[in-house]
Write a protein that binds this ligand. Structure first.
Ligand SMILES: [Zn+2]
Length: 234
């Protein structure tokens, strides 16, 4: 049987709805949060609109950096880039793969670098000035620690970072990283952040997920026009 036939038959089989299991903190300890394929499709559609608003379009080149275990957050980003027609490359977000980020940055005219980590920047800083590397890239979105370092180096970086099971993506206004308000509530609890699914699928009702992340939440309409809540990290 050729591969095409095998795939066609596989598509006819029943598939579990669960795509990922994410470990999360709840008052009663670490539990598992289930993310379905439908959740991923929803996240991809939301991310696509955020990236479109940042000017990404067909024909652009982008680099995404994330670790192997971060598919639940970055698979929707990849899907969003595909749907936009953006050609993308990927690099591991751990420091040892910084050379791949360097090569993409040097060889391609990148419109966007997404998900930069502090580890990648730390490794790159041994080779070049961080500001020189990324100042010419129109869209740079990084993890909170990395974004702070980039800004200090003169790169107006925004945020793209996991927030519990959700993804936070900052818009061009740079007034906080948006979280999909149709899917998530974000609240402050004693200076730390917590998220809860806006419509809990299970019969257990609303369950808040405490995060080991310090930050504030803004709920007013952003100057970009979005009513999604925004997170100020730190
Ligand atoms: Zn905004």
């Amino acid at each position: 049987m050729v591969r095409k036939d095998t795939l066609a038959r596989a598509c006819l089989l029943d598939h579990p709805a669960t795509a990922y299991i994410v470990p999360v903190s709840r008052p009663d300890g670490i539990t598992e949060y289930e993310v379905t394929w439908d959740d991923l499709a929803r996240d991809a559609a939301w991310t696509q609109e955020r990236l479109r608003a940042l000017g990404l379009e067909r024909g652009h080149h982008a680099l995404i950096t994330f670790s192997g275990h971060e598919g639940v957050w970055f698979q929707p980003v990849i899907e969003a880039l595909r749907d936009l027609g953006v050609t993308y490359g990927t690099a591991e977000a751990m420091g040892w793969d910084h050379t791949r980020t360097r090569v993409f940055q040097r060889e391609l005219e990148l419109r966007a670098v997404l998900g930069l980590s502090a580890d990648t920047l730390e490794a790159l800083s041994g080779q070049a000035m961080i500001g020189d590397l990324f100042r010419g890239t129109p869209v740079v979105l990084a993890r909170p620690g990395a974004a702070e370092r980039l800004r200090e180096a003169g790169v107006p970086a925004g945020i793209m970072a996991p927030l519990g099971p959700a993804l936070a993506v900052e818009c061009a206004e740079r007034s906080g990283a948006h979280v999909n308000g149709a899917a998530w509530e974000v609240v402050e609890r004693d200076g730390a952040l917590a998220v809860a699914a806006a419509s809990e699928r299970r019969a257990t009702g609303r369950q808040e997920i405490a995060l080991d992340v310090v930050g504030r939440v803004l709920t007013d309409r952003c100057a970009c026009g979005s009513d999604d809540p925004r997170v100020i990290f730190g």
